[in-house]
Design a protein around this ligand. Structure first.
Ligand SMILES: Cc1cc2nc3c(=O)[nH]c(=O)nc-3n(C[C@H](O)[C@H](O)[C@H](O)COP(=O)(O)OP(=O)(O)OC[C@H]3O[C@@H](n4cnc5c(N)ncnc54)[C@H](O)[C@@H]3O)c2cc1C
Length: 553
C-alpha cells in the first residue's frame, strides 16, 4: 500500500501527535510495513510530558506500569528512578524510545495540523499544517490526547495582566523563577495540587484561588531501590500479564471486602492502610462498594476530612479544602505530596471563589468581590477541554465535507473510541470513549487494534475502512447507558464536559473499561471485521497518489 516515493509528504499513515500514543502508533505501523509520518504541534516529543513541565509535574501511575511494554529490552535498559516519576524523567524516557527505535526521522515537530479533508475519489486524506505545508495519506490517526487543549475560565482582563502568566499545560521550556515572587495559582485540580507544595517554599507569597476542592490523598512516592529494580526485571513477564488483563491497567490487587463487612476499628485500620498506599490503589484496591454505596463512600470521605483537619492548622482553611458537593471518585482524585501542609505557611492563603467570586484580572493582579491582590506571576491550573477538545479543533472534514465538530455537536459518537461514521480511514486512539485508568495501557490496546485493522485491510486488498453506523450506535449507546449507572455519580466532572460552559453533558470515557473493549475487539476479529465497511477505491487500482500531487509548498 505504500504509494509514494516521498517519505514525508505522502504516506500510508499520517499520525497527528507525538505523545505516548502517537509514538506507539508510529512504531507499530512501521513494524507492520506502512510508511508513516507524525505531525506534532509542539517543538518536542512526549505530548503531555512535553507540555506539562511545571514544577512538581509527575505520574500518578506507577512509572513502570505506565511505560511501554512491547520490548523487554527497553524495559530492562530503562531504570525508573522513582515509583512515580517526575516530568523530566518521563520526557527523557519518551525521547529515549523515539531514538532507540529510530522513530525521530518520521516525526515533524512544530507542525500543528489545522485541517484534514477526505477525498472520496482517491480515498485519501489531505492534511494541512499551520505553515501551509500539505500532506497526503491513506489513513489518518489523530493521537491528539484528551488533555491537550488547555482551558482558561472566562475571567475578564486576562490579557491586561502585566506580570508573567502561565497555564500549567503550556509551561515554558525555560525555568520560571518563583523566588521571592508574589504568586497566584488558580485551580486546585490534579495539576494545581502538584505545583502548589513545590513552589510554596520559594515564593514570597502564594494565593490559591479554588473553585472546587478535591478529595486529595497522599501519592506516597519513593525512590525505587536496587532490590526493587531487580525484582521488576525478574518479574517483567508476570507484570505484563497483569497489566495486559487488568480492567484499569494497574498492578493493584482488588480488595475482597465491602466497607461494612468490617467493624469500625477494622475499617479505620483499612482506611489508614489506603491513606498510606501508593497512588490509585485508593480507588482500585479499596472496599468493593466504595463507588457503589453512598454510605461506604461517605465513610471514606469522612476519614479524609478528618485527616485534612489533622494536617491543616487553621480549621477554617481545612474546612474550605474539604469537598462538599461531590463524592470520592466522582471527580478524578488527585494525589499529593505535602499539599495540605503547604497551607500551614503564613505566606500561603486560600480564596474560595465560590464564596468570593473573581471579578477580573487587572494589570497588577486579581480582583475579587473582596478587593484586589497584586501578583508578579499568575498560574492558571484550570484544566482542559477534555476528551474532544483537540479533535474538534483540527478542521477534520469527512465525507461530503462533514465537519467532525458538527457531527459531534451533541457529544462524541464512536465505535471502540477509535472511529466515527462519515470519516473513512480516520482513527483516534486515546480520544473520547476510551476506557479509564492507566492511560497507555488502553490507548495501547486501541493502537494495536488499529494496526491490526490496517494490516487486515491491506492483506485483503481493501484500502477504505469505515465503521458501520450500527456498530457506532451500539457502542455509543453502551457508553451513554453506562454513564447513568453506578459507579457513575452524575455530570459534575470534566468526564462529562462539566468544566466547559456550553459543552454537551455527555460521558467522555467508557465505563465498560478495558474488559468491554477486549470483548468487542475479539468480536470484531472473530466476525472478520463485520463492524467495519471495507472497500477498495476505484482510483487506487490505477493511480496511487504521488508526492507531486501532494501540492508541497
Ligand atoms: C499533568 C498530567 C499528568 C498526568 N498523569 C497521568 C498518569 O499518571 N497516568 C495516566 O494514565 N495518565 C496521566 N495523564 C493523562 C495523559 O494525558 C496520558 O497519560 C497520556 O499522556 C496521553 O497520551 P497521548 O499521546 O494520547 O496524548 P498527549 O500526551 O496529550 O499527546 C497528544 C499530542 O498531540 C499533539 N496535538 C494536538 N493537536 C494537534 C494538532 N492539531 N496537530 C499536531 N499535533 C497535535 C499535542 O501537541 C500533543 O503533543 C496525565 C495528564 C496530565 C496533563
Amino acid at each position: 500500500m505504500a504509494f509514494s516515493p516521498d517519505p514525508t509528504r505522502s504516506v500510508d499513515v499520517l499520525v497527528a501527535g507525538a505523545g505516548i500514543t502517537g509514538i506507539y502508533q508510529l512504531h507499530r505501523a512501521r513494524e507492520a510495513g506502512f510508511s508513516v509520518q507524525v505531525l506534532e504541534a509542539g517543538d518536542g516529543v512526549g505530548g503531555t510530558w512535553y507540555w506539562n513541565r511545571y514544577p512538581g509535574a509527575q505520574f500518578d501511575s506507577e512509572s513502570y506500569t505506565y511505560a511501554y511494554l512491547f520490548s523487554s529490552e527497553l524495559f530492562d535498559e530503562w531504570e525508573w528512578q522513582e515509583h512515580f516519576a517526575h516530568q523530566p524523567e518521563i520526557e527523557r524516557y519518551l525521547n529515549h524510545v523515539v531514538d532507540r527505535f529510530d522513530l525521530r526521522r518520521h516525526i515533524r515537530l512544530g507542525a500543528k495540523m489545522t485541517s484534514a479533508a477526505w477525498d472520496e475519489p482517491s480515498g485519501t486524506w489531505t492534511v494541512v499544517v499551520a505553515d501551509g505545508t500539505e500532506f497526503r495519506s491513506r489513513f489518518l490517526v489523530a493521537a491528539t490526547g484528551i488533555f491537550s487543549v488547555p482551558y482558561f475560565p472566562d475571567v475578564p482582563g486576562r490579557e491586561d495582566f502585566r506580570g508573567e502568566q502561565y497555564h500549567t499545560g503550556r509551561w515554558p521550556t525555560t525555568p520560571v523563577d518563583f523566588a521571592g515572587k508574589r504568586v497566584a495559582v488558580i485551580g486546585t485540580g490534579s495539576s494545581g495540587v502538584q505545583l502548589i507544595p513545590v513552589i510554596a517554599g520559594e515564593v514570597a507569597s502564594l494565593t490559591v484561588y479554588q473553585r472546587t476542592p478535591n478529595w486529595c490523598t497522599p501519592l506516597n512516592n519513593a525512590p525505587i531501590t536496587s532490590e526493587e529494580q531487580r525484582r521488576l526485571r525478574a518479574d517483567f513477564e508476570a507484570m505484563c500479564d497483569t497489566l495486559n488483563t487488568s480492567p484499569s491497567g494497574f498492578l493493584h490487587v482488588p480488595h475482597d471486602r465491602a466497607t461494612f463487612d468490617d467493624s469500625y476499628e477494622e475499617r479505620l485500620a483499612f482506611f489508614d492502610k489506603m491513606w498510606s498506599s501508593p497512588g490509585f490503589t485508593k480507588l482500585t484496591s479499596h472496599y468493593t462498594d466504595l463507588l457503589f454505596d453512598p454510605a461506604a463512600n461517605a465513610a471514606w470521605c469522612e476519614f479524609i476530612a478528618g485527616k485534612i483537619h489533622g494536617i491543616v492548622d487553621d480549621p477554617e482553611t481545612a474546612e474550605k479544602l474539604i469537598p462538599k458537593g461531590h463524592r470520592y471518585g466522582e471527580h478524578r482524585p488527585p494525589f499529593v505530596t505535602g499539599y495540605f501542609e503547604a497551607y500551614n505557611n503564613a505566606h500561603v492563603s486560600l480564596v474560595d471563589v465560590k464564596e468570593t467570586p473573581m471579578v477580573r484580572v487587572t494589570e497588577k493582579g486579581i480582583q475579587t468581590a473582596e478587593g484586589t491582590r497584586e501578583f508578579d506571576i499568575v498560574v492558571w491550573a484550570t484544566g482542559w477541554d477534555f476528551g474532544t477538545g483537540a479533535l474538534t479543533r483540527m478542521g477534520i472534514r469527512g465525507r461530503r465535507g462533514l465537519a467532525l465538530e458538527d457531527r459531534w455537536a451533541d457529544g462524541p459518537r464512536t465505535f471502540l473510541g477509535i472511529q466515527t461514521a462519515g470519516f473513512p480511514n480516520f482513527f483516534f486512539p486515546g480520544g473520547p470513549h476510551a476506557a479509564a485508568g492507566n492511560n497507555p495501557r488502553y490507548n495501547g490496546d486501541q493502537v494495536d487494534f488499529i494496526t491490526a485493522t490496517l494490516s487486515y485491510a491491506r492483506d485483503h486488498g481493501y484500502d477504505r475502512i469505515e465503521v458501520d453506523p450500527a456498530a457506532e450506535e451500539e457502542w455509543t449507546a453502551m457508553v451513554d447507558r453506562g454513564a447513568t449507572r453506578a459507579p457513575s455519580f452524575g455530570e459534575s466532572s470534566y468526564y462529562f464536559g462539566a468544566n466547559i460552559p456550553g459543552k454537551p453533558r455527555k460521558y467522555l470515557l467508557n465505563s465498560g473499561g478495558r474488559p468491554k473493549l477486549f470483548k468487542e475487539i475479539a468480536k470484531v476479529i472473530e466476525s472478520d471485521y463485520k463492524a467495519f465497511r471495507l472497500s477498495r477505491s476505484a482510483s487506487s487500482e490505477s493511480s496511487p497518489p504521488r508526492a507531486a500531487e501532494a501540492g508541497a509548498r
